[in-house]
Design a protein around this ligand. Sequence first.
Ligand SMILES: NC(=O)c1ccc[n+]([C@@H]2O[C@H](COP(=O)([O-])OP(=O)(O)OC[C@H]3O[C@@H](n4cnc5c(N)ncnc54)[C@H](OP(=O)(O)O)[C@@H]3O)[C@@H](O)[C@H]2O)c1
Length: 303
Amino acid sequence: MRVLIGGGSGFVGRELTHLLRRKGHDVTIISRQPGPGKITWSELESDGLPPCEATVNLAGENLMNPLRWWNENYKKDLFSSRIDTTTSLAQAIAASPSPPQAWVLVTGVACYRPSLTARYSEESEWTPFDLLSRLVKEWEEAGSLPVTVAQKTRQVIIRPGAVLGRDGGAMKQMMTPFWLGLGGTLGSGRQPFPWIHVSDLAGIITHAIENSSSTLPSAVPQVFNGVAPATNTNYEFTKELGRVLRRPTVFPVPGFVIDALMGSERAVVLTQGQMVEPKRTLESGFQYKYPDLSSALKEIVDR
Ligand SMILES: NC(=O)c1ccc[n+]([C@@H]2O[C@H](COP(=O)([O-])OP(=O)(O)OC[C@H]3O[C@@H](n4cnc5c(N)ncnc54)[C@H](OP(=O)(O)O)[C@@H]3O)[C@@H](O)[C@H]2O)c1
């Protein structure tokens, strides 16, 4: 298959590209920068969708960019980098004389309201309640295809939790303090911590692409929660990371400090959390390589 990946140069995109190429698929990346194996967003807009059987969007300004202060400009970039790229791809698919079989949009679990007790599956109802859930709503709406196109192209939405891997995401920033023995729980530590190993997220995206001919396209996107089947709290994550690194984790960071450093609207992803189940992902027959924290963290730390 020929697969076109918006934002394919990033943390998840590199893993996905690697997996797809290993399985014999052709990958083209859409990027802000030209280069071999890439087209730019302006080329997509001027020349239309290149021939492909599957299209994925992973583009977006990093929510945890340590180099950027939390302010209105940053929030605007978080929205526009996701919504504009998703709109461009949805419009290019709609205008294509031979649209792809699958259109996979990767968003996030921030649509589910944080809770210590509620359990969410792909079937859970939700309405936006804060900045990040509004972002998910607008982002997913931007990806929606016109009904006539949705009869030919299967629409898939994957909502990942924190993506764990050595070369990016949250782990990259956490490894140094934990190595130095300065790791600790965040806030109360009782909040759920939905997570997935990057290799499993790449696997779920690939599974959705490769199985597109077995499910009929529909006007309503098929949603898959991109989380591990194990549900863990921040305390469990902290203790397990300390255990595999053989480092103490005795320095809890109070919630108000994280709010002050990161901005409370963004800090919710660390200080609060949702118990998210990958019900439909499991029902679809996807087999996880790293279903529990211990195997996922061991792979990342031992590599
Ligand atoms: N990592 C996680 O823990 C996590 C968790 C939940 C959801 N997600 C979502 O999954 C997707 C992929 O995550 P990731 O960690 O792979 O992302 P990433 O590495 O931070 O970024 C992916 C790509 O987005 C493009 N990009 C960055 N800033 C942009 C901007 N301002 N405008 C347009 N494009 C921009 C970049 O490509 P170019 O430089 O080539 O243009 C970058 O390589 C994102 O949408 C993210 O929100 C990630």
